[in-house]
Design a binder for this molecule. Sequence first.
Ligand SMILES: [Zn+2]
Length: 334
Amino acid sequence: MAACMVSTGRTRVRGYGRAVALALLVSVCGILGTRALGLPPYPGLHLLRLCRHAARTVSAAVHRRLILRRTSSWLSAGEGRLQVIYTAPDADIVPVIASYAERAWDAVARELGFSGAAVPTLILSPSFRELGHCFGEGAAASSVGMYRAGVVGMVSPRAWGGVFGRDEATDPFELYNPLHHEFCHYVLEEMTDGNCPSWFSEGVAQLMERRATGYACYDARTAGGASVLAAAPALVDLDRALYSEDGMPAAYLKSLWAAERLMSVLGRDGFGRLTGLLREGIAFDDALREVAGASCSELDREWGEWVRGALRGREGTGAKTVEQTSGGSGTLGS
Ligand SMILES: [Zn+2]
């Protein structure tokens, strides 16, 4: 239910198209110019970083404005750091949601070592359909949470059975809310300046969500069983599978497994160095080699070993979960 996504909807608005095209043109020229001139790597990377940052800033500003324009008639509350945009029927639950969101934000920022001053805007949508419309995903969108361009969207718990006032261990809001998950997408985008593969962002987001709420989108059984998991794409190709209907469950589970494996190897300091290198424009695999002395292909091999173990022992039982295995031994170190 809380399967969430980074919005990928395509919306074109006259007037913004030229700005985006110009930013992309500058980026492409920067990449080609750096290579053609044979500039040394660090000035070249610096130029690339500037170009990418410019493109990302323009694109984010455009999409943020589009999202907020679609909610321009809604209400707004911003007593804390987080601005919450909502509709009148949810006015009574906004203080509770805002308070929870502030705590969730602090937890995510602390866990990932994010010290930036920026915070996302939170949209509390009255329905799944309306959330999809706000993020340009269409009326068929079914995610309870979305993230894009500094804006986190969440469907009102009234629309998915969340209630307040029960014991925290059983309250559906505490279990299914996507706030930790979506905040992670924002933090990773900020920490890497957008240079982060989607599988790593989805994996870390699921990991933080599970730690905070106990909820996980999939386990080995619900993701299709070991034979399906064995066919999951390599990490370098996993981003496309994340957003395909057939491949999504296995891709989500593999991204969670890989993120948990990496976080156990890197620790908080290593994670900070990894995101720092990504921010500099280093490719993920190169950054991983520098920080952990390992590569994505080694992670793929470990994934295969885990899947074969599941296939031999407990396929179809759903009893063997990622968290029981990903901290195990492997050549990636620990
Ligand atoms: Zn997500």
